[in-house]
Design a protein around this ligand. Sequence first.
Ligand code: UDP
Length: 258
Amino acid sequence: MSRRKQIYEGKAKILFEGPEPGTLVQYFKDDATAFNAQKKATLNGKGVLNNRISEHIMINLGNIGIPTHFIKRLNMREQLIKQVEIIPLEVIVRNTAAGSICKQLGLEEGTRLPRSIIEFCYKKDELADPLVAEEHITAFGWATPAEIDEIMAITLRVNDFMCGMFAGIGIKLIDFKIEFGRYTDKDGSEMILLADEISPDSCRLWDMETDKKLDKDRFRRDLGGVTEAYTEVATRLGILKENPKSAPTLSLVSDQED
Ligand code: UDP
């Protein structure tokens, strides 16, 4: 990892120059942050789990025709991705009320929303990623109206697919955050790709029977058992061998050389 040129370091991931132009290597760290990085910890094995969970979801989304930045997983902590220009928006989908919408609108956590709601937040750490309207996005030129339409269409498909995928393993998809980027093809044509990651760091996932939280809220709210919960998600997705109790790094099903 140190041999490659580092392009960017975020809170949970590092981006390195890829082997070919137009590619990057995305490295998943064990670091966890919350509340705009005021709370920090290292959770052993989290990066390994998120690498595998995100790979699994991105591959499945790719299989239903959703364009993603994912090319292939390289090893336990790294994946090869297409280099994109990140659109500075966090696109949030909410199926059930939790987190910030409860505070903003006075809703009780767990209230089913009348329909899925898409929100946009402006990606700006100094401002704690404020909620913005399409008006702000187009007025400030963060994305064009056509890009917003495409992002919303892809986002709804991602939500449909993920709701079904998680329902199939006894998990309710409460909400999640995704990011998009602009990718320029070899022939010069530009397209929008789903980028970043999709993992229990960026989703709220509740057990269908018990409402047990299987996501980063365990860290945010000091509930304990964070990596155990991520391991459970991975196990139910079929990414881990049966024996969720053993260390995730040892029990990962390997379909590629690590
Ligand atoms: N989320 C995220 N990164 C962020 C903010 C939110 O991945 O910087 C995810 C979060 O895990 C949840 C969803 O987006 O699944 C909605 O988060 P919310 O707006 O409720 O914010 P929070 O309660 O985390 O402050």
